[in-house]
Design a protein around this ligand. Sequence first.
Ligand SMILES: NC(=O)c1ccc[n+]([C@@H]2O[C@H](COP(=O)([O-])OP(=O)(O)OC[C@H]3O[C@@H](n4cnc5c(N)ncnc54)[C@H](O)[C@@H]3O)[C@@H](O)[C@H]2O)c1
Length: 445
Amino acid sequence: MKETGQYIQPAGGRLGVLIPGLGAVATTFIAGVEAVRKGLAQPVGSLTQMGNIRLGKRTENRNPKIRDFVPLAGLEDLVFGGWDVYEDNVYQAARKARVLEPALLEAVRPELEAIRPMPAAFDRRFVKNLDGTHVKSYITKEDLVAQLRDDIRTFKAQHGCDRLVMVWCGSTEIYHQAGEVHNSLYAFEAGLRDNHPDISPSMLYAYAALREGVPFANGAPNLTVDTPALLELAQETGTPVAGKDFKTGQTLMKTILAPGLQARALGVKGWFSSNILGNRDGLVLDDPDNFRTKEVSKLGVLEDIFRPEDNPELYGDIYHKVRINYYPPAGDNKESWDNIDIFGWLGYPMQIKIDFLCRDSILAAPIVLDLALFMDLAKRAGLSGIQEWLSFYLKSPQTAEGLRPEHDIFKQLIKLENTLRHLMGEELITHLGLDYYQEGVETLS
Ligand SMILES: NC(=O)c1ccc[n+]([C@@H]2O[C@H](COP(=O)([O-])OP(=O)(O)OC[C@H]3O[C@@H](n4cnc5c(N)ncnc54)[C@H](O)[C@@H]3O)[C@@H](O)[C@H]2O)c1
């Protein structure tokens, strides 16, 4: 039975996707969309393009493609732009990233060459291992924000965009916690004028986007919009935000496997995760302060899935360690090893070993696409502030103050699907299923 859904503005016209950081992930995403548009490849890994959603009772057999169910911008309507501290156009940057085959890049070369980065808002204190010079000059951080807002408006006008979204694909910034300057919008704006050292470049992009009413998603583990100041701005301007850190590779595996172990009440003693990667991201993460930001993002996952405080017999004593090692020969083809010490009936020990030969940017690119399309949908549906239903894509999901994040990928998927059903006025699915066996039970299952 269809209920009344939320009013959603139509997805007509062009959607501009603005990306701070045109590195491996961003160029793999853009080149991929161009290749799909030319019919050269399939958008594998993108739920918006290839996923289905069940509607109604199982007996109704309604299982449309998500993109046919919710009004999303079409791939043909996307326009790309961005900023980087290096001058390379997207074709050159993609060649250097060495994720996609040269032949594929040649097939979309003119489209990629046309996308040249705008000069970045950059501060080397936050990313020590980069030395790019394609950066904006400024006196105060307020000036920098004004330049970024100007970039956003100019891009929108020049490309005839009806709407914009911004997805941070820039490097991981050094670890820092929210301080006074992030506690209110008032303090933050004073900090922009005073060049407060704790306002990082990613926060400047986020602030500029939100001031322009542009939804902002954060693909790195940086603090960025995860502060009271920027959340206040998101509410004030009615703009959606989501973060943090694309869920790819090892953490994706963790949030698939850990819920299964926990579901069967199997104990876990230790989980050792090691990675080697050789791309620019790996170089940035080779600095301990930048690694710390990533480490915090990766460590939270198991704690939240296993909830050791509720089940100390099974999970009270987990030794969880995460290592990332920069190893240039690996390039973007990261290898991650997991050694998991589990125990079963009567405490008998067992081990699981995972060797994941993964391609990080191949896993991240469809996430950028889905986040861009869903954030645009959220804005058109009148949603603002944190979009927790997009946790599915994120390693360290942002939540309302005091709320524990949900890391279990299957619960995250149910949340995402139910949000789409809710927006479209379809009944939510509880998976109870008693109505197939007992008369008088009405729950949708
Ligand atoms: N690859 C993955 O699977 C994955 C997964 C989760 C998160 N991430 C995060 O996504 C981000 C991008 O990853 P990547 O592999 O593309 O890294 P990358 O190093 O190839 O690209 C990042 C780009 O950002 C640019 N940059 C840095 N600071 C900037 C600034 N202030 N303004 C504009 N540009 C700036 C760099 O010059 C670089 O070109 C990283 O933060 C990474 O940790 C990546």
